[in-house]
Structures are given as structure tokens and as C-alpha cells.
Design a protein around this ligand. Sequence first.
Ligand code: FES
Ligand SMILES: [Fe+2]
Length: 381
Amino acid sequence: MGTLDGRSSEPKRAGNWPHYDGAKAGLRNYWYPAAWSKAVQTKPVSVQLLDEPVVLLREHGRVYALFDQCPHRGIPLSVGRREFPGTWTCRYHGWTFDLQTGVLKAAITDGPGSPICGKVRVKTYPVEERLGLIWVYMGEGVPPPVEADIPEEFFQPHTILHGRVTLQRGNWRYACENAFDEGHVWYLHRYGVVRTLFTAMPSWSKIKVTTDDQGWITREIEELGFSDDYPGLGRWPRKPFWKWRRMGARVSMRLPCILRVQQLPARHSNYAWYVPAGTDCYHYWQFYFIPARGLDVVPAQFYYWTYFRWAHFVQFNRQDTWMVELMPETAPERLYRPDVSITAWRKLCEQAREPMAPQRPVGEEAAASSGQAVVTPAVKS
Ligand code: FES
Ligand SMILES: [Fe+2]
């Protein structure tokens, strides 16, 4: 309800995005990067994805993902042990689950004839490894190939791909909105970072948003202003003599939470995945990507390690994470013309992938035929 002083205790949205508004913990039915492959070796790794605890386990080179909560008394399976091949045992009372299906194979402390065996299952998730990363499918039913959710340029030969991941505060949706937000670029990033120190930044822009057949939406600049008279206020900005460089970038977004920035005129791009961890934090995956072969590799590596990583991924993007962290969940909003980028992104989210045709995994069929309870996490919205 609004008040005369303009404050409101309820969100006031300029549009109607029920799917997006309901996806506080993320869009399900997509593959998400969960961990570096090299980080998951002999020890289990626990990671929060879409508000669910997931444990990643490697056995004989293959990675498995299970809901990280024992159906008995809720202890994280990630503190468990391997007792038998192809299984994982909870540390508390020794319930032992099949890695592939999640079906309870033994309740060690109830003896070999325990009647509960085969009647309980912990949720398992489809897992793939690509590009040195572990990808987990967070939907139901049969997943699409993982390649459907990774930009195809990542699979080109002769490329350099570097990445980093940090856990950031704030909701993943605000991180995506900030990533595709046109207006903030010309003000937020104007001050305090080396990346724009020598750059003559536009003070305003007019854009349109285009779509392509690979699922990207892209901000296309139609008009830029660099220094203008603001009525009754004066000219802004005054151009300092050291600002000569013009920086260009082509910014795109794709479901479920992927940003692509094609740096112009340079050939490299940077990508980000804003993977929901909980409803108030997200895994910020940042990737630097450049086609390079032969001697081209040397300057590309040099540029990343001596400049781009700290100047862009750390210093420049810290301004973005700062704003996302400050964004209140229930603030009213009054959008302005440049926010056409934000509304285009919200509209895209309304077209998010539906659950794939449900097809029971092996373990669930076994569970149904034996009358076992299937233990799955509650999905929070
Ligand atoms: S809590 Fe896992 S076996 Fe008891
Ligand atoms: Fe930004």
C-alpha cells in the first residue's frame, strides 16, 4: 500500500512476471555449473544450488550428485564415508545409499536384513563434466544434453578459457538484472575503477533489445550522448583531458542466468553465470574467453593475468555485486526508459524451460515397485 510520502511496504512492479517473481530460488530445468572438476576428487564436496544442498562425490572417475541430507535424521551426507563400491554411507547411523539411484541399500546398524532397505531413496541429480567443470541438472524428468545450456562458442577449438567463482550476497535475479541493466553502466562504473579511468564514458544511451536463434537477448545501442546541457543544472560531464579512450561492449543475456559481454574492439569476451545458492546469495561464476592459437596465446594470457582479472573481474565487477547486495527485496520500483533492458530480461524468464517429459529414473521405478518412500527436498519459492 502506497503512502503520501511515496514510501511503500509492498513491491510495486511495473509489469507482470509471475514465473520470474516465483523463481526466487532459481529457474529449475536447467544445467548449472556446480564446481571445478579438479575440486571434486576423493573427498565429497557440498554445494548449495537453487536453495538445495547437493553433495558431489567422485568414484572411479565418475561424479555423482545427491541431495545432501540423510532421509533418516537429516545429517549431511557430505560428512559420510565410502564403505562399499558404488555406495555412500551416512556418518551417523550408517544408512548406505546407491550412488546412481539414491536407493537405500543397507542400514548398517540394523543388520543385513533391515526391512527398510529399498524403501527409502535420497534424491539424485544428473551430472556431466565439461570444460573442467561439473554441471548439475536441477530439474525433473529427463534432462536435455548439457550442451544445450552451455554457449556453443565454449566448445570451439583453440580457445583460452579462464574462470573464477565467488559467493555473493543478494538474490540471483537482481544480479542478472544488474548484468543487463543499461543505465547503470554510464554512472555506476564512471567512478572509482581503473577500467574506466581513461575512458570517455557516455552519459546516456538509447537502446533496443534484439533476440537471436541461440536464445540470447542483446542490448543494441541506437544513440549515445557524451556531454549535454541538463536543463536548469548545466553541462555534464565536463570532459577531463585525460579521458580519450572509448570502450565498447556488446552485452547479451541467456537463460537460465548467463551473461555474455563481447568486448569491442578486442576479440575477447567475458561470461558470467549467476547461479542461485539460496534466495539471498548466488555463486558468481566469471569466465574470460578468447579464441587464440600459436603465439596469440601469449598476449591473451598476459592480458588476462596482469590486467583483466583484477581490473575487471575483481575491481569493476565489485561495483556490480555491491549494488546487488544493496537491492532490497520488497522495494517499490519506478522504471525509466533505459530499463527496457530489464523488462526484456524478465520477459525472457517468463519463457523459461518447462519440466521435461517426466520419465522415472531407474531408482524411482525400483522405489515405486517396492513401495518405498522417495525422499526429495521441499522446493521453496
Ligand atoms: S542420520 Fe543418516 S543414518 Fe541416521
Ligand atoms: Fe555493471
